[in-house]
Design a protein around this ligand. Structure first.
Ligand code: TGC
Ligand code: FAD
Length: 392
């Protein structure tokens, strides 16, 4: 990508709702992204490779477990800080944000919330430092939107269990040191287990040929009679509410992240419209282009306010899963719509890697699908407001 000239956009002075600490965190992550992500990301996306060298930097900026207490190596920060970190990292690339949100919300969060004290002490500090990378296995080939139908299962075998089954579409799987895996026990109850690379019968084949999230590594988790010590099972949770509780945290981070991707597309299109001359004047002077830009900044501003308020509720432990669904759905849809419009505003240049828009646009096709599809979140809102369940 050409020199990163990104400037944040704050049409309603939302910064005034943030603390000095929030602004400091936001600005330092923004600078890190400009220095470490923007110069390399296009190349890695084109090559369909995850830039592993940035893992240490992600840990250093506090992107791994920002809200996990400091005694376990986390940042001890609030939920708005977490959101701002996700926003800035996704401004760089959704795939890099994926790695950070999987590590924080889908690996560290369940170990912290559902794990034993021994599990917390064993894994959390190394995960926070990026010395260990984790992944989260919920989706299966035949069970995506409906994870309760999963067939991955384990059977008791004394001091360990025997795990069989397969997960697919797993972010970070090809290089992760450990996987938080959701599987059914002999009673059919969903339990969470920590499966480590190197356990016999555990493999993680990479998924190739993606047109989206190309700079993120995606793979399968295959369990062929894997012996997992019983001490690796989360003692504190049983049932689908275990993995769905993790998703509340990850979906919240995505709601913020999508604003970052949207702002990057808007920022690029705005600047281009002021510099690109057709018919003797900047294209930004034409009403049709102004309509696109005016709608973009309106939608970004609405999303910023929605998400800030959600962050306040989350800090107070009052955010409901349905409120989080609404923000994830709204913001990702907002971002992908802006990416599509912004791409058109750049004409032919919009399809090249000279500009970040096409990469964001393609990335967002995954973001609108994972962590619950656009339609699943609509049905969650529908169920919340009517009290009627459309799933069963
Ligand atoms: P249902 O009967 O409604 O609920 C089962 C139990 O779970 C509880 N529950 C929740 N608990 C916490 N948080 C939530 N958001 C919850 N939603 C439901 C519920 O109260 C109940 O508890 P209990 O005690 O009564 O047992 O479940 P259902 O089988 O009807 O499914 C509901 C549905 C469809 C909404 C849910 O399964 C769903 O959200 N499906 C979407 C699946 C999904 O989001 N998968 C994501 C996989 S991970 C991923 O994509 C990572 S991408 C990572 C990256 O790269 O960033
Ligand atoms: P399906 O569930 O088969 O859905 C297909 C279509 O049917 C969708 O449009 C859906 O909205 C619709 N549909 C389904 N049910 C209904 C209904 N009741 N009413 C109306 N419409 C319905 N999973 C993990 O566990 N860990 C990860 O790290 C992870 N990373 C991912 C990374 C990428 C790049 C991608 C693409 C996915 C990832 N996922 C991960 C999986 C992701 O969560 C699933 O793809 C997603 O939940 C949808 O499941 P599915 O693909 O099986 O689609």
């Amino acid at each position: 990508m050409a020199h990163d000239r990104f400037q944040g956009h704050d049409y309603y002075q939302v910064d005034e709702l943030l603390t000095e600490e929030h602004l400091l965190i936001r600005n330092s992550v923004r600078e890190w992204v400009k220095k470490e992500v923007s110069p390399i990301i296009e190349d890695y996306a084109q090559r369909a490779e995850f830039p592993k060298q940035i893992l240490k930097g992600l840990a250093d900026i506090g992107a791994f477990g920002p809200y996990i207490p400091t005694e376990y190596g986390g940042g001890g920060l609030d939920q708005i800080s977490y959101g701002l970190i996700m926003q800035e990292v996704e401004r760089g690339d959704s795939g890099i944000r994926s790695t950070a949100s999987v590590q924080s919300s889908l690996v560290m969060y369940p170990i912290f919330t559902y794990g034993s004290e021994e599990q917390r002490k064993k894994y959390l500090p190394s995960l926070a430092k990026g010395e260990m990378i984790g992944c989260f296995g919920l989706t299966e080939p035949d069970h995506g939107s409906n994870p309760s139908g999963m067939i991955t299962n384990f059977k008791d075998a004394g001091d360990h269990v025997i795990l069989n089954g397969a997960k697919m579409w797993i972010s970070n799987a090809p290089f992760a040191h450990l996987a938080v895996v959701w599987a059914k026990d002999e009673n059919g109850d969903i339990r969470g287990l920590i499966v480590e690379r190197g356990m016999e019968g555990f493999t993680t084949p990479e998924t190739h040929g993606k047109w989206s999230l190309r700079a993120s590594a995606t793979g399968e988790l295959v369990f062929d009679n894997v012996k997992v010590p019983k001490s690796n099972i989360f003692p504190e949770v049983k049932g689908l509410k275990g993995p769905l509780g993790c998703l509340n945290s990850a979906r919240y981070g995505i709601a913020w992240g999508a604003i970052g991707a949207a702002m990057d597309c808007y920022d690029t299109a705005l600047r281009y419209s002021q510099e690109r001359i057709q018919f003797g004047r900047p294209i930004g002077g034409f009403q049709l282009q102004q309509k696109k830009l005016a709608e973009m900044i309106t939608e970004i501003t609405k999303a910023q306010l929605l998400t800030w308020r959600l962050g306040v509720l989350k800090n107070e432990n009052r955010a409901t899963p349905a409120q989080i669904s609404m923000a994830k759905r709204n913001n990702v849809n907002m971002a992908i719509t802006i990416a599509r419009e912004a791409r058109q505003m750049l004409g032919g240049m919009g399809i090249t890697g000279e500009y970040p828009i096409m990469r964001h646009m393609m990335n967002l096709e995954s973001v609108i699908t994972y962590e619950g599809t656009h339609d699943i979140h609509l049905l969650i809102t529908g169920m919340d407001v009517t009290g009627l369940n459309a799933f069963t």
